[in-house]
Design a protein around this ligand. Structure first.
Ligand code: G6P
Ligand code: ZN
Length: 542
């Protein structure tokens, strides 16, 4: 039943910020998926007879790849695969299953917030036994194997019925199809006071949760409507679709604009939240107040004790380098550790495993904790509900009081998408070349204090990750960060992050783009964004 198939390497199977992401037609090339999955297994040791967790966000090509992974896992000697019904597992749910059932690791099929469909994006990611994305030493090994592969092993197992919960044996391997929601819902129930949340909804509090036709639909329905008694209709776009209804399943002010507008309208819900393709991102909106992801991390940290799962307090906070320093101020006040990592959730894994941090967050709409090893969209939403319920205040009041206590970090990210790679690389190269000459210079009335290319020294395993983004720091604490995205699938995306700290509460009500206008102009002066890219304006502002 087991065949060895001769193959040739593809030269483009280098995992990025979050696994291998390509257009569907790339994955559909003969042997492409098989090569990459075999390369993952070739990079690992000791999984013989052990268990693999498998699931995806339900996007186009999900089911086909699930079947291929099952066949390759069986041929490579795994003892068991636990797979979500219908091939579905949200990313945080997969992380939980790996941890809870002590699996060897897991394969998650997703391109996160990128669109899905026959011509859109797909992705394959390996998570290790801690439930988190494989660290760089494993992703580097996978890439090395993919460049040298000459054969893969595959079992002729036919199509496994993914829709029926239960256990089957295929080629000496057990396949258990599980309910994708149950274990996750139980985990949430262990962290938050569901009685208090039920009482919140009973009191007339109205919420809209937009799953953007992606994986969190069934999770939201079960937890918010079934278990917490939120009125039917609270969950929107809850039917997962292979093409996400033709939209970008990316919860931000651009792609979740309707939700934002509804919450802002006087007759709309009190609270809005959305999640992305694979359920790890979140967006939080209260009436009259959009919560930036950077502020969200800080506010959750400051209020963590209000949720039973965190009643003993937190051990520390970590954020990615481009994320605003709002959380640092909370950590300082709490007297707990604070860590700055490169972009990518994988960098939080060691800190979480070592118990150095409890909460992590990124500006890219990711927030999470030690309960799993991925960011977790619905968890963040429940945390916000828990804070609102415990404090009896609106989101707007909670945020403005937080700023009054800690000061406000005005923050915005400007993305220039699908720039020609050559132009984007030239911009970064020119910028890198002038870093040493920047300190002491004046740009738009701002004095450059320091400029560097961020490199991270992991305090747990001592590994070093270089070239993680260019930082230009100005006198007074403002800064601009430049980096190229590691998650795109066509061309390059330049991300420019601007941040300014304002202590004075009387100056906390300014429009963000206005408050950052000098930094936005300075960023262009320094990096020559417009001259390099030919773009007059960013494609997305968050
Ligand atoms: C994914 C990763 C995050 C990362 C984000 C943006 O969601 O899980 O950790 O922050 O992509 O990455 P990028 O390289 O595109 O800025
Ligand atoms: Zn995601």
């Amino acid at each position: 039943m087991i065949r060895t198939v001769a193959t040739k390497p593809f030269d483009d199977q280098k995992p990025g910020t979050s696994g291998l992401r390509k257009k569907v037609p790339v994955f559909q090339q003969p042997h492409y998926v098989e090569n990459f999955v075999q390369s993952i297994f070739d990079a690992l040791d000791g999984f013989e007879g052990k268990m693999l967790v498998l699931g995806g966000d339900g996007r186009f090509y999900n089911r086909e790849v699930i079947q291929k992974v099952l066949a390759i896992a069986a041929a490579n000697g795994f003892g068991k695969v636990m797979v979500g019904q219908g091939g579905i597992l949200s990313t945080p749910a997969a992380s939980n299953i790996i941890r809870k059932y002590k699996a060897f690791g897991g394969i998650i099929l997703s391109a996160s917030h990128n669109p899905g469909g026959p011509k859109e994006d797909f992705g394959i990611k390996y998570n290790a036994e801690n439930g988190g994305p494989a660290p760089e030493k494993i992703t580097d090994a996978i890439f090395a194997k993919s460049k040298a592969i000459s054969q893969y092993r595959i079992a002729d197992i036919g199509a496994v019925d993914l829709d029926k919960v239960g256990t089957v044996e295929v080629a000496g391997m057990t396949v258990e199809v599980i309910d994708p929601v149950k274990d996750y819902a139980e985990l949430m129930e262990s962290l938050f006071d569901f009685d208090a949340l039920r009482a919140l909804f009973k009191s007339g509090f109205r919420m809209a949760f937009d799953s953007m036709h992606a994986v969190t639909g069934p999770y939201g329905k079960e937890i918010l409507e079934n278990r917490l008694g939120a009125p039917v209709g609270t969950c929107r776009n809850f039917k997962p679709l292979p093409d996400f209804g033709g939209h970008h399943p990316d919860p931000n002010l651009v792609h979740a604009k309707k939700l934002y507008d509804d919450v802002m309208s006087p007759s709309g819900p009190d609270f809005g939240a959305a999640s992305d393709g694979d359920g790890d991102r979140n967006m939080i909106v209260g009436k009259g107040m959009f919560v930036t992801p950077s502020d969200s991390l800080a506010i959750i940290a400051a209020n963590a004790k209000l949720a039973p799962g965190y009643a003993k307090g937190i051990s520390g906070v970590a954020r990615s380098m481009p994320t605003s320093a709002a959380a640092d101020r909370v950590a300082e006040k709490l007297g707990v550790g604070c860590y700055e990592t490169p972009t990518g959730w994988k960098f939080f894994g060691n800190l979480l495993d070592a118990g150095k941090v409890t909460l992590c967050g990124e500006e890219s709409f990711g927030t999470g904790s030690s309960h799993v090893r991925e960011k977790d969209g619905l968890w963040a939403v429940l945390f916000w509900l828990a804070i609102v319920a415990a404090r009896g205040e609106s989101v707007k009041d909670i945020v403005t009081k937080h700023w009054a206590t800690y000061g406000r970090n005005y923050y915005s990210r400007h993305d220039y998408e699908e720039v020609e790679s050559e132009k984007a690389n030239a911009l970064m190269k020119d910028l890198g070349a002038k870093l040493d000459s920047l300190p002491g210079t004046q740009v738009r009335g701002l004095t450059v204090e320091k400029a560097d290319d961020f490199s991270y020294h992991d305090p747990v395993d001592g590994s070093v990750s270089e070239h993680q983004g260019v930082r230009v720091m100005f006198a007074g604490g403002s800064r601009v960060v430049f980096r190229l995205s590691g998650t795109g699938t066509s061309g390059a995306t330049l991300r420019v992050y601007m941040e300014r700290y304002e202590a004075d509460p009387s100056k906390h009500g300014i429009d963000t783009q206005e408050a950052l206008a000098d930094l936005i102009a300075a960023a262009d002066d320094i990096a020559g964004i417009h001259s390099h890219t030919g773009r007059a304006a960013p494609s997305v502002i968050t």
